[in-house]
Ligand binder design. Structure first.
Ligand code: SAH
Length: 243
């Protein structure tokens, strides 16, 4: 696939006609990619729809794109995979959001756990932006959902009972390929929980197990929290998604 010029405009539709591109998108198209009049641009709504547009004019404050029609981009994983991610320190959280978006998660639930080093943050909008940028560059069409920060307990309570739930824990006895074998083809959503830097507490692992999570190990080595999340998402996409 050749690199395409892609921007996200949540309100775009096939009847948009000429749309103004401003702010961050303008800087990206005009100043970073040096887009000129006549260039073809892909405009995503971030919910799976992609439109092709042509740059009509490039100005100081705005650039104008005429929407020509819808295009089909089948880059989304068929798997509905959500990562439940305890808050990690600054850059690590960004890394997890960026990489797991590239790997195709449909949502990331930032949660507070007992051993979380970070308890509070104002970075929700920042993570949503990181996810949007990862969508744009990876060729995905859906921006992962990143809801507001909740406690792990609150998230566990709110999950549907009809789902595959996996908690990654060093002593986990579950076998990922066996879980995959029993659920393959059922199209259930998958919820994946990993711990923060300080690990999940025994109580939290117990709470997850009583909420239907199966504990699975990622081997005998202790992985850093961010490594665990990336490995977990990769393995689940491999066994149940489209890798
Ligand atoms: N300080 C903690 C380590 C936490 S590692 C301790 O000594 O226990 C952070 C998270 O990564 C863990 O909570 C777990 O979800 C995941 N993780 C790390 N290594 C793992 C492994 N070998 N198997 C499964 N999960 C692992």
């Amino acid at each position: 696939m050749t690199a395409r010029r892609r921007i996200i405009l949540p309100d775009v539709s096939s009847s948009s006609g000429e749309v103004p591109v401003e702010g961050e998108n303008l800087r990206y198209l005009r100043d970073v990619l040096r887009t000129k009049t006549g260039a073809v641009v892909e405009v995503l709504d971030g919910r799976g729809n992609v439109f092709e547009g042509v740059v009509e004019s490039v100005g100081r404050r705005s650039l104008s794109v005429r929407i020509e029609g819808r295009v089909v981009r089948e880059t989304e994983s068929p798997l509905t995979l959500y990562l439940i991610q305890p808050l990690l320190k600054g850059e690590k959280m960004d890394l997890v959001v960026q990489k797991t978006t590239e790997l195709g998660v449909k949502g990331i639930f930032p949660v507070i756990t007992a051993n979380s080093v970070v308890k509070k943050t104002r970075r929700l909008e920042h993570w949503r932006k990181v996810a949007g940028e990862a969508v744009r560059q990876s060729g995905r069409t859906v921006i992962p959902l990143i809801p507001g920060i909740l406690s792990l307990e609150e998230v566990l309570e709110g999950l549907p009972s009809e789902a595959i739930k996996i908690v990654f824990h060093r002593d986990g006895k579950g076998k990922l390929n066996e879980i995959a074998g029993t659920v393959k083809g059922k199209q259930l959503p998958v919820y994946c929980l990993t711990g923060p830097e300080g690990g999940l507490s025994d109580d939290e692992v117990r709470a997850a197990v009583s909420a239907g999570f199966r504990p699975v190990s990622l081997g005998k080595r202790i992985l850093r929290a961010e490594t665990a999340s990336l490995a977990a998402v990769t393995l689940i996409q491999f066994l149940l998604g489209d890798l």
